[in-house]
Design a protein around this ligand. Structure first.
Ligand SMILES: *Cc1c(COP(=O)(O)O)cnc(C)c1O
Length: 378
């Protein structure tokens, strides 16, 4: 059986976990958490990075920092994970969904302006499959209307847009280190704060609304409740595991990209024959091979395709059911404009196995099976 995903394991995870245990400091913000913060800040040239228990929590922190409240509107694609919308809906925002571009499955930057009104507070972009949204156009719009931009870069760690790391372009960037992502701590995430003005408040919000951080640094003589907040910091055990992966980030990235290109080359003939569609990477984007997906004809063909591969021992999976057609999405959101591509394109998409250590033999077997599937259908 070829699984769809396998969490990366690069060698030092066990040793660092043992070290964290022996340090007798396993709550948040210890040695390994600091190492992870420094690594993110240095590698991606970001003013401030804070580990969180998940990307979901990083998005929620961004919502608190932006003071999202009742009646505010937040623009985002409908083709995303529930967390992207939940973080803002939790604070009473109305979610305004905008159609995606069929080539990247990212929000169509040309449709955002017509969804903006006086209640709009933020644009939340999702870099699907680690391929960047058109950030120049989006940042320009945000400037013009005084809006925040949050990057849901859950899938985009190590990806770039015009040479700039994803997560560092908007006001806030949110990473995921869930086990299905490129770098993992089981469950985990990070908030990247790209605007210095929000750093101090972010540290307080993350520490249950207290000034514990300033107290520990001797900047204040009392430790007390100074703002709203929550517990947004992960345990040192998670950070220890994650740091081992950061040290091997280039190796993980190179390995995944190599698998991605093997898929792409092996499936080129089926794409030329117009049986399937392979992903499109715009020229400005350097991606991280988070995902290799293809698009088949329609949802019916996709069901047969997934069953066929399963019968050959291969786990291929579909992805998001658009949020605007979900029960909660209908309650807290509305789709602005026409759903020209969101539903149709999402129904065609299927993700193939992709993980650190996936062998070329496995990829060749998978692509042979895909060819086999199309031979049975002609
Ligand atoms: C995985 C993912 C999330 C959620 O990440 P968690 O770390 O599990 O909270 C949010 N948004 C997108 C686009 C994701 O892919």
């Amino acid at each position: 059986m070829i699984p769809f995903n396998q969490p990366a394991l690069t060698g030092n995870e066990e040793a660092y976990l043992i070290q964290a245990i022996r340090n007798r400091k396993i709550s948040g913000d210890g040695h390994f958490t600091q190492l992870c913060h420094q690594w993110i800040e240095k590698t991606f040239r970001c003013p401030k990075a804070l580990l969180t228990p998940s990307c979901t929590h990083a998005l929620e922190m961004a919502a608190v920092l932006m003071e999202i409240g009742h009646g505010d509107e937040v623009i985002m694609p409908s083709y995303t994970f529930s967390s992207t919308a939940n973080a803002f809906a939790l604070h009473g925002a109305n979610i305004v969904f905008v159609d995606i571009r069929p080539d990247t499955m990212n929000i169509d930057e040309r449709l955002i302006e017509q969804a903006i009104n006086h209640r709009t507070k933020a644009i939340v972009v999702v870099h699907y499959a680690g391929v960047a949204c058109e950030m120049d156009a989006i940042m320009k719009l945000a400037d013009k209307y005084g809006l925040f931009v949050v990057e849901d870069a859950a899938q985009g760690v190590m990806s770039m847009y015009k040479g700039r790391p994803l997560g560092t372009i908007g006001h806030f960037g949110c990473y995921s280190f869930h086990e299905t992502k490129n770098f993992t701590s089981g469950e985990g995430g990070a908030l990247l704060i790209n605007d210095q003005r929000y750093v101090d408040r972010a540290e307080v919000i993350r520490e249950k609304g207290t000034n514990r951080k300033q107290f520990l640094q001797g900047q204040v003589d009392k430790y007390s409740w100074v703002d709203i907040g929550s517990s947004f910091l992960p345990s040192e055990l998670n950070a220890a595991y994650l740091y081992a992966q950061f040290e091997k980030a280039e190796e993980i990235n190179t390995d995944r990209l190599s698998s991605w290109h093997t898929y792409y080359n092996e499936l080129a003939d089926l794409e030329r024959a117009e049986k399937i569609k392979c992903p499109h990477i715009p020229e400005n984007c350097q991606h991280n091979a988070h995902m290799f997906y293809i698009k088949v004809r329609d949802i019916e063909e996709r069901s047969k395709f997934i069953s066929y591969l399963k019968s050959k021992g291969i786990m291929a999976v579909f992805h998001y059911v658009p949020l605007h057609s979900s029960k909660a999405g209908q309650r807290v959101g509305t789709f602005h404009g026409n759903d020209q591509f969101t539903t149709n394109e999402s129904e065609r998409l299927v993700r193939l196995p992709m993980y650190y250590g996936l062998t070329n033999d496995s990829i060749n077997y998978i692509t042979d099976c895909i060819r086999g599937f199309y031979e049975t259908r002609t």
